[in-house]
Design a protein around this ligand. Structure first.
Ligand SMILES: *Cc1c(COP(=O)(O)O)cnc(C)c1O
Length: 360
């Protein structure tokens, strides 16, 4: 049976990226040796790293004054790398979910942290507004897409201090005005590749701004310096996830770039939210204006709660995978990242319609 993959992360990848990566494991770049068996100092690999960086720059319009790095450790490691490198006295955080809260926790190891607003009071179903960003903060940290709750900050906000964003789950889903940010980071495994590589985009003048003595690997400067061949190769980079990311971005480029992804993503999310709003069996959990284009959360409508397990089984029979909501929200979550085809969303919509009809 055909499977429709709505996993939240790791999640669906473009088929072509997967196939090209399998081929590279067998034979990397016509060398007769597999990708997992070559040295990362071979010229073919250095070319992949350079092209990957250029793809990031071209797709997102990243200017020269920003460094682009590919590191290990996941977004969770950035939760402490960010304050280690940028927090001198005080940082401000917007707490829009559990990932944001975890970032706050790590920042507290390095200095004063002011949570300017939190939506925890309503289980993170909205994005706080009307808060004040303290002008004396070294930076203001936001989580642009809240993967667990299905809320998203849809625009590049204006911040009087350096803006830092965890974009783990919506990077490359829409055009971004990079210049509004001092730094953007995230784990690859939602929208740009498999688990194992973390992207870090940072304005170079911010390096060293915490004035803290840092361990070599924690210091961003290490990863763009001569010893790293200017290219995230201070130590052995995670070559396989990086290669899959490279293939994934080549696919984004072939499809028409981030503008095109955004158009497709709006269409996919529109189809699904329209059905949730129309279908008498379901209701969405996130406030409408905060609804994420990437993670669509919904539960059974009031009075229909008893049907939850039945719908889960019904959807499973029709090939739907990964639609169980996170335990802290319950119900269902369909993650419809870049690589999720429109047809898969249409199949889920058809399944929801069929379920409703079966109850009449
Ligand atoms: C998944 C996720 C993380 C955690 O990423 P890891 O790479 O597993 O550490 C952090 N922030 C957001 C928004 C996420 O979706």
């Amino acid at each position: 049976m055909k499977k429709y993959n709505f996993n939240a992360g790791p999640c669906v990848l473009p088929r072509e990226a997967v196939e090209a990566s399998i081929e590279a494991i067998r034979d990397f770049d016509g060398t007769g040796i597999g990708l997992l068996e070559i040295s990362h100092r071979t010229p073919g690999w250095e070319r992949v790293m350079a092209e990957l960086e250029q793809l990031w720059r071209d797709l997102l319009g990243i200017p020269e004054e920003y460094a682009v790095m590919f590191l290990g450790g996941g977004a969770s490691t950035q939760f402490f790398h960010v304050p280690a490198n940028l927090l001198k006295n005080k940082a401000a955080y917007l707490q829009t979910g559990v990932w944001a809260k975890k970032a706050v926790k790590e920042a507290k190891f390095y200095g004063d942290v002011e949570v300017v607003a939190s939506s925890e009071d309503k289980n993170y179903t909205y994005i706080p507004k009307g808060y004040t960003i303290p002008a004396d903060a070294d930076y203001f940290h936001i989580t642009t897409n809240n993967t667990i709750y299905g809320t998203e900050i849809h625009e590049d906000i204006d911040s009087p201090v350096t803006l830092v964003a965890d974009m783990s789950s919506d990077i490359m889903s829409r055009p971004v005005d990079i210049k509004k940010y001092g730094m953007i980071y995230g784990g690859a495994q939602k929208n740009v590749g498999p688990a194992g590589v973390t992207f870090v985009i940072v304005r170079k003048d911010l390096l060293g701004s915490s004035e803290r003595k840092l361990q070599t690997m924690v210091n961003y400067a290490t990863h763009i310096g001569a010893e790293a061949r200017d290219n995230s190769m201070f130590n052995t980079p995670p070559v396989f996830p990086i290669f899959v990311m490279y293939q994934t971005l080549l696919w984004v480029k072939r499809l028409g770039g981030v503008e095109k992804m955004y158009e497709i993503n709006k269409k996919k999310a529109g189809l699904l939210y329209d059905e949730i709003d129309r279908n008498s069996m379901f209701v969405g959990t996130a406030e409408k204006e905060a609804r994420s284009l990437m993670n669509v959360c919904f539960v059974m409508a009031p009075g229909k709660e008893a049907f939850e397990a039945e719908f889960m089984a019904f959807a499973k029979e029709r090939g739907m995978v990964g639609i169980k909501g996170h335990r802290s929200v319950g119900g269902f979550r369909a993650s419809i990242y870049n690589a999720c085809p429109v047809e898969d969303v249409e199949a889920l919509v058809a399944c929801m319609k069929e379920f409703e009809a079966s109850k009449k």
